[in-house]
Design a protein around this ligand. Structure first.
Ligand code: MLT
Length: 328
């Protein structure tokens, strides 16, 4: 059986090659947020692993196309030439945007080929270093005592940081919502937080772990259902469920997408390279060091990821609608 699979893959790669893929042109990962953020980090690390997985035949470059919570970058890929040279690396926003925006210039399920899921990333609730709180309880009491006077940074409507802030605030039931401050990504938002220009943010551990460790921001809680007991730093922070927000469970995931109509042999070759890259020890080590978990199971299968994204939108829609009063 294994021999048959190997032969089929060789035939697919030959077909893709026959289509001139990858050829000499680099493969561009469009990242719909500013450089230096968690999505950018995943794309750059994955690009190196995919380059190795394809035997150095293709170079992977990242193009940051930020704005509007990532929807501008997503729209760019929806309209890109379906030749395998323009791909999208995105996260839960692929499922959240259709539940948040009344009008989008793309249809997730119709305008993309799904290449597979990449990883899962917990989020952390963090504050500026000057915030007069050291435990989650102090933090929540401070927020309540200063209702309407504090702000929360995010990367635009539909971003992971916006979604987390929306869900957390709706569970907090804060009478006056915090003022929300959008940025082109959580990299610039993190600079503002470290500099004390904004007060609070909820962001992915791939972006916050280093800042927490360096004492440049204060961490108060993690957003996962279970504590991150395997992580040397993050194990010390409670979950929001432990802090009384029953059922609060938010884990960000990343996936890879191509424009609809990308030839099947090219998609098969990219999916094969993705599966190999996700087993790359160096990529796994980098991701796990930042609290992320690389996916190596059936969720990397295109059809499964397509169904998963649709299910995530259906799951998020009522939750976002219930919390909607905190939307921008
Ligand atoms: C980023 O990469 O900047 C973040 O993923 C933005 C966000 O979704 O919060």
């Amino acid at each position: 059986m294994k021999k048959l699979v190997v032969l089929a893959l060789a035939a697919t790669a030959a077909l893709a090659h026959a289509q001139g893929f990858p050829g000499s042109k680099p493969v561009t990962f469009v990242v719909p947020f500013a450089a230096g953020g968690p999505t950018d980090r995943v794309a750059r690390d994955l690009g190196e692993a995919m380059r190795k997985a394809m035997g150095g035949q293709a170079n992977f470059v990242v193009e940051n196309v930020n704005g509007a919570g990532g929807t501008i970058g997503v729209a760019r890929v929806a309209k890109a030439s379906p030749d395998g040279h323009t791909l999208l690396v995105h996260h839960i926003g692929m499922a959240a945007a259709p539940a948040l925006y009344r009008k989008l210039s793309y249809k997730v399920q119709d305008d993309f080929e799904f290449l597979g899921m990449i990883n899962e990333v917990p989020m952390t609730l963090i504050g500026k270093p000057q915030l007069p709180a050291n435990t989650y309880r102090d933090f929540e009491n401070y927020i309540r005592a200063n209702a309407g006077k504090l702000n929360i940074a995010h990367a635009g409507l539909g971003s992971a940081s916006h979604l987390c802030g929306l869900l957390w605030q709706s569970r907090l039931g804060a009478a006056d919502a915090m003022v929300t401050i959008p940025f082109g990504g959580t990299a610039p938002a993190m600079n503002a937080l470290v500099g004390g220009q904004v007060d609070v943010m909820c962001d992915q551990t791939t972006n916050t772990t280093g800042q927490i460790e360096a004492g440049r921001v204060k961490a108060f809680a993690v957003t996962t259902a279970k504590p991150l007991s395997n992580h040397k730093l993050l194990k010390d922070y409670p979950t929001l469920q432990e802090m009384g927000m029953r059922g609060f469970d938010l884990t960000i995931w990343h996936g890879m997408y191509a424009p609809k109509g990308t030839p099947a042999p090219v998609l098969a070759q990219l999916n094969e390279a993705l599966k190999k890259a996700l087993k790359d020890p160096e990529f796994i080590k980098k991701q796990e060091g930042l609290g992320a978990i690389v996916v190596t199971d059936k969720r990397v299968e295109p059809a499964n990821h397509k169904a998963f994204v649709a299910a995530e939108t259906a799951k998020l829609k009522p939750v976002i609608e219930a919390a909607g009063k905190f939307a921008d």
